[in-house]
Design a protein around this ligand. Structure first.
Ligand code: PLP
Length: 393
């Protein structure tokens, strides 16, 4: 599609990036091929050296993957996008492409659990160290900067408490010292939040979540200016965690309905959050779209709406929270999120179960907390499903 810059997101979502083959297919083609054939020895040499553009081997590029990359880049307003096998490999690739032994990361203390493990237990072995600081306190980020700090890493809203990090403020602090800012935009997607417009250097995705939206495949991506994504590409083509063509094809189709799904899921989440806040068995609701959220104003300025994730504390502790979970007949008991099917999880015994009870308490994740990733079912049906357990506690 030519000149994508002028189209609105709805149009980009279904049109951007498509390259038709000689057969004129209307739906994007799935190119299940690991290598590509050259017309001559001379052309092979030029393709390998990079003198001539074109596909060589699927670890480097594949036309279906390229279509997905171009469509996501268009939605994020990024010059370029590099797809990866998963969200975690997108984070790994970003760090290893831009940091080296001795470098330092300042990261939010409420990151996705596997990201914390990656920074603490795997990247630390390469001599890249991380300091975790308060998600919501820009002064703490500034105070943690060292001469060797190369990267600020954050995701917002946080999981599961939906705390908001002020992207523009953190960007200003980082850029004053020549530090890169990478934002994991998995929870909001470009439909609700555009970190690059707020000054971030790189946007990272777990495409596994909202971008697929139907819980089918793993995938990830890194979006940003070509001078930064090029380094990520060099790492990927050599180290290998590239996105498979089949998964790219599924995700490309997921992008077509991303805006419709994310907006409908957020509307459902807002209704559910309001209902929970008024519920006598609920102690507290965490949802950026509620005026009671401590950072409601910042959320309104930074995100289009409150998003699809609602957390809440039941009155009581683990027993009461588990009662709600165990009486769900409709909501799926799983930690996945971004799916059109609503999911419910008890963070203290699942996603945050490996953290010490003291650290969990310090992070505000108590035993009565439940997290719901709201899908597309009728809100009345979701309420009835939750009411079954809530009425028993
Ligand atoms: C799921 C998730 C990831 C990791 O993505 P995978 O595709 O599972 O590797 C990273 N960040 C956030 C915020 C996530 O929710």
């Amino acid at each position: 599609m030519a000149a994508t810059a002028n189209y609105r997101p709805e149009t980009l979502a279904v049109r951007a990036g498509q390259e038709r083959s000689q057969f004129g297919e209307h739906s994007e083609a799935l190119y299940l091929t690991s290598s590509f054939v050259f017309e001559s020895a001379a052309q092979a040499a030029k393709r390998f050296s990079g003198e001539e553009e074109g596909n060589v081997y699927a670890r480097f590029s594949n036309p279906t993957v390229s279509m997905f990359e171009e469509r996501l880049a268009a939605l994020e307003g990024a010059e370029d996008c590099v797809a990866t096998a998963s969200g975690m490999s997108a984070i790994m690739a970003t760090v290893l492409a831009h940091l080296k032994q001795g470098d330092h990361i300042v990261a939010s203390n409420s990151l996705f659990g596997a990201t914390v493990q990656l920074f603490n237990n795997i990247l630390s072995r390469t001599g890249i160290t991380t300091t975790f600081v308060s998600h919501t306190d820009p002064a703490a980020w500034e105070a943690a900067i060292r001469p060797e700090t190369r990267l600020f890493f954050l995701e917002t809203p946080s999981n599961p408490l939906t705390e908001i990090a002020d992207i523009s403020k953190l960007v200003a602090i980082a850029h004053a010292k020549g530090i890169l800012v990478a934002v994991d935009n998995c929870f909001c997607t470009p439909i609700l939040q555009k970190p690059l417009e707020l000054g971030a250097d790189l946007v990272i995705h777990s495409a596994t979540k909202y971008i697929d939206g139907q819980g089918r495949v793993l995938g990830g991506a890194v979006c940003g200016p070509k001078k930064l994504t090029e380094e990520v590409f060099k790492y990927l083509r050599t180290a290998g965690p590239t996105l498979s063509a089949f998964n790219a094809w599924v995700l490309l189709k997921g992008l077509e309905t991303l805006k419709l799904r994310v907006e409908a899921q957020a509307a459902n989440a807002a209704r559910l959050a309001n209902w929970l806040e008024a519920h006598p068995r609920v102690a507290r609701v965490f949802y950026p779209g509620l005026p009671s959220h401590p950072q409601h104003e910042l959320a309104k300025a930074q995100q289009k709406n409150g998003g699809g994730i609602v957390s809440f504390e039941v009155k009581g502790g683990r027993e009461q929270a588990w009662t709600v979970v165990d009486h769900c007949q409709l909501l799926s008991i799983t930690a996945n999120l971004g799916d059109v099917k609503t999911t419910i999880t008890h963070p203290a015994s699942t996603t945050h179960g490996r953290i010490s009870p003291e650290a969990r308490a310090a992070a505000g994740i108590n035993e009565g907390l439940l997290r719901i990733a709201v899908g597309l079912e009728a809100v009345e049906d979701l309420q009835a499903d939750l009411e079954r357990g809530l009425s028993l506690i």
